[in-house]
Design a protein. Structure first.
Length: 163
């Protein structure tokens, strides 16, 4: 039986995808975002949803790490951070230009690039905050937030320069 913190941190089990669970989490988050965006909710509702994702991710990953005594402070099964990261990318890009399918794809690819490669400051945050259990869960979430910000900047700048 899967614990509640692990169920939440793995985004309802998506994190147990056998190959590339981070990419699976990003895909799941992407489609959940599309679903909520299609409901024509007020813009603040999606931002509020992102805030809830971040807090739930932070708390659930902390509880999971504490319960499991995980040696790896960013286990691959925890993918709620990828969900929050792709949501942030899409929400930030949407502030500057309407999202079209090519932009959706660019957002996805840019986010996966920054999340996997972890250039500075993403890698620095990831390394610094994964050193202890007390900061690891925040680190799990914040490096993907930073990847989301950097991805959005790249996509927005690319869109501006291409017009």
């Amino acid at each position: 039986m899967i614990s509640t913190p692990l169920f939440l941190a793995s985004f309802a089990g998506v994190g147990f995808f056998p190959k590339a669970p981070g990419t699976a989490g990003t895909v799941a988050g992407f489609f959940v975002f599309l679903f909520f965006a299609s409901l024509n909710l007020p813009p603040y509702a999606l931002w509020l949803g992102l805030g809830v994702l971040f807090v739930v991710g932070w708390i659930s990953s902390h509880q999971f790490l504490k319960q499991s005594h995980f040696i790896d402070c960013d286990p691959s099964c925890v993918v709620i951070d990828e969900v929050a990261g792709i949501w942030l990318t899409l929400l930030l890009v949407q502030l500057f230009c309407p999202l079209t399918w090519p932009l959706y794809v660019l957002c996805f690819l840019a986010f996966r690039f920054f999340d996997i490669v972890k250039p500075w400051p993403i890698g620095w945050l990831d390394h610094r905050l994964s050193q202890s259990l007390s900061t690891a869960s925040f680190g799990i979430m914040i490096d993907d937030v930073m990847a989301g910000i950097m991805s959005a900047l790249v996509v927005i700048l690319g869109k501006i320069l291409s017009t």
